[in-house]
Design a protein around this ligand. Structure first.
Ligand code: FE2
Ligand code: FE2
Length: 187
């Protein structure tokens, strides 16, 4: 017999937040994504943009992609630093993973700053995007193979973190768009 929604919800196919997931689904409410899944989705999108950037022939498209990569990473880093990392610091206790991640974020931000300066001055990107890609690959690999699995084993409420980050992301993108509009208005 085909699986019913109840079977899916009560099986291990769906990550369980046992007290609430089933209730939320049966009440027809949207379930916020698990915070680690939301962050990994961002990682996958950025990886795809880096790949597109590598194979893109047009300089103009390369510049557009570089700008998109920079804004996606800026918002992603903000969500992690403001919402996910503080909770990771609490839940993982005594762990230097968060400290290391923040240091890697500052290297990435420095690199993003150089790319944006290049785009503003010449409208083109040099080897900066390649360097940023290497930094991001290393950092994302550590998050996905260490920090996120470790967090899944703690008492952190990953669904609540996911919901907070989803809401914060909308605000962050609007803020970013406002500052881009302000710069353009001054040109
Ligand atoms: Fe990160
Ligand atoms: Fe990340």
């Amino acid at each position: 017999m085909a699986m019913q929604i109840d079977d899916v919800v009560t099986s291990n196919l769906v990550p369980q937040d046992p007290a609430t997931l089933r209730d939320l689904l049966s009440a027809g409410k949207k379930v916020p994504p698990d915070g680690t899944a939301l962050l990994m989705q961002d990682h996958a999108e950025v990886r795809a943009m880096f790949q597109q950037h590598e194979t893109e022939a047009s300089d103009r498209m390369k510049a557009v992609l570089a700008a998109k990569i920079c804004s996606a990473l800026t918002v992603h880093a903000r969500l992690e630093e403001e919402i996910f990392y503080p909770e990771a610091e609490r839940a993982l206790e005594d762990d230097d993973q968060v400290e290391e991640a923040i240091e890697e974020h500052s290297e990435m931000k420095e690199q993003i700053g150089k790319i944006i300066e290049g785009l503003a001055a010449e409208g083109a990107v040099g080897p900066g995007v390649q360097q940023l890609m290497q930094l991001v690959e290393h950092h994302v690999e550590e998050e996905e193979s260490e920090m996120f699995p470790d967090m899944r084993g703690t008492d952190a409420n990953l669904y609540a973190l996911g919901a907070q980050m989803a809401a914060r992301r909308v605000e962050a993108f609007l803020g970013l768009k406002r500052s881009v509009d302000e710069v353009q208005a001054r040109l």
